[in-house]
Design a protein. Structure first.
Lengths: 224, 748
């Protein structure tokens, strides 16, 4: 299975995602340049954390106009896998691949810390290696991670089992404790916590490895 | 060209003697631009003219040192990876004290930006930052509101810059003292990793090589304050801007990636960032180091506004700019990389063989100065010094505690000792996925992916100790820093220092500087921690009141890949040992402790006594215990003494402890004296701990056992302290936010 990690000029978790998917989880992983309108045939695109184009305007607001995002949207439409982490999640909501928006944390400050999550569904390519209801400790690091959407959208997300992760102790004011959501087709996941930071016990947790294991398992099944 | 009057010279803070020297170097009178150039290069900040003769006393060589002081950052070797490639770390500390007082957010942000550029200009990718912060008391009636605002701005500034750039802020320290009310300190310690063969220097090598300007456009921000006082200057300048630089971390991130990529091409001959004194400093220093000259034409310099004079362009301190020398004929490769990252890059001149820094504007020479004399032959002052300033008694006041447990709660809720989580949770301390131990412990530990080993970093200062005795105080800081590294299992390999003091023209302040440097030299020699670079920040005074002398040391150590113990007790039923013993103390040596400060509100006497031989043995013993996996936790005793150290050990897992001491000291001293060379460890293998301690000749006293929900400390059967861990921890956790919000309720 091949991962492609998009590099926006202000991405700063690109190496971490590459390290997690490639070195730790043992998959093929390469970088995709923001100015190239192609995902070069990878199986899963990762939109990593960071500050894509500085994000002085609104997180992800400029990234959605980048050439690579045209290719990412096409990839998603064709059923390809897309994982947006932190800034990647913000970009996915900005470009309409996922509903809702991420606004300033309720406490107004940037927060970096490991948080406890509950895996809300194992019915997705990103979470099938977890048990539904399982707890996972994965770090967050964001200033604008408060997930908001209108009531109808939130109800829909719940009804369609599209909430992938919830916070057990809501750190940022996200509605309904939402930490990560899927699109309707379940091939696009956006999440504020950083699974790539939780793949090695030495660094405190390997609970995020499940995301990469899930993707590998799903990919193997698809190939069969 | 206008004539230089004595008033203009004085407005540039140049003494008549210095002016004579300028005239003799040039063989003529300088013009205004040249005077401005001399004034910044010969400023205290750039030339270290007051401290230089004393800085020479510091040890700078060591087994692992690749590059000592004089470059943008010091470099230490980490050794080779499995494929035989040698990796190095580049690190340095720098202050941004004054700007952080004027404008806390931007001051601190650009402080982070400046030191990061120093690191990546060497070819090293920054992988960690730590900060030493000093503020006035948050509850002071007169200055509290301002102090709170400064703290808030500084923390947000550091977070804004570091988080966006993508470097983890892995630790630091925050201390409060009235002397910092008018002079907060913001010292930023940054570290990066580089390939030994791809280290770059700030040298303008190769006559004829093109000189390239990269990054943000030059504006009027940060122009030397002296210019504001020049009447001559007012007519030329359309607009006055305050001397505050504005940081753009996204631009810095682009610069980082583009510079590292340009360096990979092999087309870069030398590179230096434009920090203090901007274009002036980079052109003359690069020429001076290489024994060459640089000629530039300002018409090629990208400018943010119209009508800038040569004076302004040369002295601008606009952020996020670099000066780079490319190999002739390969400049297009370099320009191509910068285009890819969307950055302005222009050829503004070339390297010459005549040793002159020659600045033209539209072909007309506007400044022409020999690089070497400008950069390296700044005046050096042997400033007179007497006895270090200290205006407190030697003798101790009478003191006796009514309730030792209550005293422990007072320490837990104090501004210095309380939990700083509110600060460090605003910093991304995990990005780059190397952080093994982050903020809140004795030292930060980072895994190094390139070598499969680890490094540890610690940062310490103690203004109270140094005020009481600058020499002994500074030695204590070095010892503590090294002890912090021992607690995580690391061996020190190099150090960087930031010397924060008041006005060196006052002999009693100069004496603080001299004694602190000599103490640092002695301790760094002894602990084998060569100083590979650093920073001096003087004139930290407001209305004649100087800050406490505040030398800050950043230490780096190396260690094998392993899981280091934390500071906290991990499980009940473990033996607690005090490595180093209960130590010695008397009333006079209690005067600089946190107990004296927080409980008694007094300062007197002397700092704790340091026995460097014992310290070294204790550190060696603890380091081996940690590396052998003999201990489950290790935490050194420093601020707050033994009782506070034990309290902190109980917090992470809320694991209590029962401690039985057997000492002659009276309770206040026994519990709260800050005698060094002591570490509290918990272990499931007591025999092994005793064996290792014995082998190193370090005392190891079994003082109790972990377990329960309380911290109980007794001496010879008498109960001194009994506290519920949960209550004490709550006091510790909530205090900082209470201090920060205290003022708001009054105003609401």
């Amino acid at each position: 299975m091949k991962f492609g990690v998009v590099v926006f000029p202000g991405s700063n978790c690109d190496h971490d995602a590459w390290h997690a998917a490639g070195r730790v989880a043992g998959h093929e992983a390469e970088f995709l340049w923001h100015n190239d309108a192609t995902v070069r045939g990878v199986d899963c695109v990762i939109l990593p954390g960071g500050f894509s184009y500085g994000d002085y305007l609104r997180c992800g607001a400029i990234a959605k106009f980048s050439p690579v995002m045209e290719a990412v949207k096409r990839h998603a439409r064709e059923g390809g896998l897309v994982l947006g982490i932190c800034n990647g999640f913000q970009i996915l909501t900005e470009c309409g691949l996922l509903p809702g928006a991420l606004i300033r944390n309720r406490g107004l400050n940037f927060i970096c810390k490991p948080v406890r999550l509950r895996v809300e569904t194992s019915n997705s390519p990103f979470t099938c290696a977890y048990e539904k209801g399982q707890e996972a400790v994965i770090p967050i690091a964001h200033g604008e991670g408060c997930y908001v959407a209108d009531e109808r959208t939130l109800d829909e997300l719940e009804a369609e089992d599209r909430i992938a992760f919830r916070y057990l102790e809501n750190p940022n004011g996200s509605l309904r404790d939402i930490a990560g959501i899927l699109n309707r087709e379940r091939n696009v996941l956006g999440m504020m916590p950083h699974p790539e930071r939780a793949v090695e016990p030495l660094l405190g947790s390997s609970d995020g490895l499940g995301v990469f294991h899930s993707l590998a398992r799903c990919f193997a099944e698809r190939a069969r | 060209m206008s004539e230089i009057t004595p008033e203009i010279v004085a407005a540039h803070s140049i003494t008549p003697d210095e002016y004579e020297r300028i005239v003799s170097i040039l063989g003529r009178e300088p013009n205004l631009t040249e005077l401005g150039i001399f004034s910044v290069m010969w400023s205290e900040h750039c030339s270290y003219k007051s401290s230089r003769v004393h800085l020479k006393k510091l040890p700078t060589r060591g087994r692992h040192v690749v590059q000592g002081p004089g470059e943008n950052a010091g470099i230490v070797s980490l050794g080779r990876d499995a494929e035989g490639q040698e990796w190095c770390i580049a690190f340095k500390i720098e202050s941004h004290n004054h700007p952080s007082f004027i404008e806390p957010f931007q001051g601190a942000a650009t402080g982070v930006g400046g030191i990061l550029r120093d690191i990546f200009t060497m070819g090293a990718r920054p992988i960690a930052v730590m900060d030493a912060l000093r503020f006035g008391p948050l509850d002071d009636e007169a200055t509290g509101a301002r102090n709170r605002r400064i703290l808030d701005g500084v923390v947000h500034g550091i977070a804004h810059y570091g988080n966006c750039f993508g470097v983890p802020t892995v630790g630091g320290e925050t201390v409060f003292e009235p002397s910092y009310s008018g002079n907060p300190l913001v010292n930023v310690f940054a570290l990066g990793i580089a390939h030994r063969d791809k280290i770059f220097y700030g040298r303008a090598c190769g006559v004829g090589n093109p000189v390239i300007y990269v990054g943000a456009r030059t504006g009027r921000d940060g122009i030397h304050g002296a210019t504001m006082a020049s009447g001559e200057f007012t007519e030329e300048s359309k607009q006055k801007r305050p001397n505050v630089q504005v940081g753009d971390p996204f631009m810095e991130k682009l610069l980082l990636e583009a510079c590292l990529e340009a360096m990979e091409t092999g087309a870069v001959a030398g590179i230096q960032d434009m920090g203090a004194a901007g274009l002036t400093c980079s052109t003359c220093e690069m020429g001076s180091r290489a024994g060459t000259g640089i000629e530039i034409d300002l018409m090629h310099v990208p400018q943010r506004e119209e009508g800038m004079t040569p004076y302004e362009i040369m002295l601008s301190e606009s952020q996020e700019r670099m000066l780079l020398v490319a190999h002739q004929g390969r400049e297009q490769e370099v320009l191509e990389v910068f285009r890819k990252w969307g950055l302005d890059a222009r050829i503004i001149g070339h390297v010459t063989g005549d040793g002159m820094m020659r600045v033209k504007n539209h072909g007309v020479v506007v400044a022409e100065i020999p690089s070497r004399q400008l950069a390296d032959e700044a005046p050096v002052y042997h400033r007179p010094y007497t006895k270090p300033l200290r205006e407190v008694p030697l003798e101790a006041p009478e003191f006796a505690s009514a309730d030792l447990t209550a005293d422990l709660f007072t320490l837990a809720g104090s501004q210095d000792l309380c939990d700083k989580r509110w600060i460090w949770e605003q910093y991304d301390f995990m990005v780059r996925t190397n952080t093994v131990l982050g903020p809140g412990g004795d030292a930060a530990v980072l895994r190094i992916k390139e070598t499969g080993t680890m490094i540890a970093m610690s940062l310490d200062g103690n203004g109270r100790y140094c005020y009481l005795d600058p020499r002994e105080g500074t030695k204590l800081i070095v010892a503590e820093c090294a002890r912090n590294l021992a607690c995580v299992g690391a061996e020190p390999v190099g150090a960087t220092n930031n010397l924060n003091f008041g006005n060196p023209e006052r002999p009693e302040i100069m004496a603080q500087i001299v004694e602190a440097i000599e103490g640092m030299a002695e301790a760094c020699e002894f602990f084998e921690t060569p100083i590979t670079g650093g920073n001096v920040s003087l004139y930290n005074e407001t209305l004649g009141e100087a800050i406490f002398p505040t030398p800050v040391i950043g230490l780096v150590g190396t260690m094998p890949l392993m899981e280091p113990p934390g500071t906290g007790f991990r499980a009940p039923g473990r033996a607690i040992y005090l490595i180093g013993g209960t130590g010695e103390a008397d009333e006079i040596r209690m005067g600089g402790t946190q107990y004296a400060k927080q409980v008694l509100n007094r300062l007197w006497g002397l700092p704790p006594q340091l026995d460097m031989q014992l310290e070294k043995r204790v550190q060696a013993a603890v380091r081996e215990m940690v590396r052998e996996g003999a201990v489950e936790s290790a935490h050194d005793i420093s601020d707050g003494g033994l009782a506070w150290c034990l309290a902190e050990c109980t917090f992470p897992r809320e694991t209590g402890a029962r401690v039985e001491l057997d000492a002659d000291l009276r309770p206040e001293l026994l519990l709260f004296h800050e005698g060094p060379s002591r570490v509290v460890v918990s272990t499931a293998q007591p025999a092994l701990v005793e064996q290792i301690a014995a082998r190193h000749g370090a005392p190891a006293v079994r003082i109790g056992e972990t377990g329960g929900s309380e911290l109980v400390i007794c001496n010879r059967g008498a109960e001194l302290i009994r506290a519920r861990v949960r209550d004490l921890k709550r006091r510790w956790c909530t205090a900082l936010e209470e201090w920060l919000h205290a003022g708001q309720e009054i105003h609401a």
